[in-house]
Ligand binder design. Structure first.
Ligand SMILES: Nc1ncnc2c1ncn2[C@@H]1O[C@H](COP(=O)(O)OP(=O)(O)OP(=O)(O)O)[C@@H](O)[C@H]1O
Ligand code: SF4
Ligand SMILES: [Mg+2]
Length: 348
């Protein structure tokens, strides 16, 4: 478990929505076809503090990347609010948006396509400084040296090399250095190790872990692999069909998952901890479409505990005794009823 002091809230989303309009253009409009909208994010509350790594997990298509890209304003939010250090950045434009983007960086999964093959490593890491018109050649080289040092690539050995000379793990380190060179305060790492060889994954994750602690970065770490989330995250948010269904401290969610969906996800991890005695939960069936979300609980079609209330009414997010927030009627009916209407802080 990570043990260190967390700082103030850096990023906070409130009831954040991102709906993609999938209507078929002019022909659909002329033939009167109804609008088709994919509700990729449908009311997300989340917050990340300085020095904190929040893991975001869930099956493919549940909205993880959309959340990461919306938080750094690569997608326009459809509704709700995003705050960065207490100021709303939901609608900022022009120079304000450019300045925010230097503070909020995103690292993608594919280190092969994300680096320009014609530029040297030194040029790649320096490029954001030039785009943001920061510094002169001497100060920029110093920033490049600092950033490469953070990712353990000595500038003398790497600045004149090209991406093709590097391994996947080294390229992903360069992508991290390029994100660091602008002194960001928030980093989204979207599946940063899933394309890397297992033998180099731990090294890249360790760098992200150190950066959050040493530089006080707020990090949203998106992953399919809950086991890696357990290594580097302070908290976990579990997403299902555009909603967070459970969130809390990493040890609580991993050892005592409460939502039936989280329980099923945890079952997929090989159990190496003799203290954890997990009951077998089987997850069957397909995720419903984000275009046609169910009226009640979104997980109802796959849940072994489903009852008529679940199909009629979507559950609120309830706070359990250990401060995990769970979106499930079982927690309304059975345990510790503390609904969010009491004004409690439910975001992680
Ligand atoms: N640009 C887009 N236009 C239309 N629909 C989109 C767009 N981007 C994402 N979606 C839809 O939004 C939903 C969430 O997609 P997203 O990529 O955020 O999921 P994800 O959890 O990151 O999945 P994965 O684990 O496969 O990366 C999906 O139904 C997807 O088809
Ligand atoms: S609200 Fe009902 S269907 Fe949804 S997860 Fe809880 S028990 Fe299952
Ligand atoms: Mg994704």
């Amino acid at each position: 478990m990570r043990k260190h002091k967390l700082g103030d809230t850096v990023v906070q989303a409130k009831d954040l929505k991102k709906h993609f309009n999938l209507s078929g253009g002019i022909i659909a409009a002329l033939t009167g076809q109804p609008a088709r909208v994919a509700k990729a994010l449908d009311g997300i509350d989340i917050s990340i503090r300085s020095g904190e790594v929040v893991g975001l997990v869930g099956e493919s298509g549940c909205g993880k990347s959309t959340l990461g890209m919306t938080l750094v304003r690569m997608h326009e939010p459809s509704a709700g609010d995003i705050q960065f250090k207490g100021e709303s950045i939901t609608e900022i434009k022009g120079n304000e948006l450019k300045s925010f983007r230097s503070k909020a960086q995103i690292i993608f999964q594919d280190p092969y396509s994300s680096l320009n093959p014609r530029l040297t490593i030194g040029e790649i890491v320096e490029e954001p400084l030039k785009i943001h018109r920061k510094g002169d050649p001497v100060s920029r080289r110093e920033k490049v040296r600092e950033a490469l040092t953070h990712v353990r690539l000595p500038v003398e050995d790497y600045e004149h090399r090209y991406p093709a000379d590097l391994s996947g793990g080294q390229r992903q380190r360069v992508a991290i250095a390029r994100a660091l060179v602008l002194d960001p305060e928030f980093i989204v790492a979207d599946e940063p190790v899933s394309m890397l060889d297992v033998s180099v994954q731990a090294g890249v994750l360790q760098i992200l872990d150190e950066l959050s602690q040493d530089l006080g970065l707020a990090v949203l770490y998106i992953s399919h692999d809950i086991a890696t989330v357990g290594y580097i995250c302070d908290k976990i948010a579990v997403m299902y069909l555009g909603r967070v269904v459970e969130m809390g401290a990493v040890q609580d969610v991993m050892r005592r998952p409460k939502h039936p969906y989280t329980q099923a996800l945890m079952q997929a991890i090989p159990n190496t901890d003799p203290l954890v005695n997990r009951e077998r939960v089987v997850l069957e069936g397909d995720v419903p479409s984000p275009i046609d979300t169910p009226r009640g609980c979104r997980f109802a079609s796959r849940c072994m505990h489903v009852d008529p209330l679940c199909e009629a009414q979507e559950p609120d997010l309830y706070l359990a005794a250990d401060d995990c927030a769970v979106r499930c009627h079982l927690f309304d009916l059975l345990a510790h009823r503390r609904p969010n209407s009491e004004g409690e802080q439910l975001a992680v």
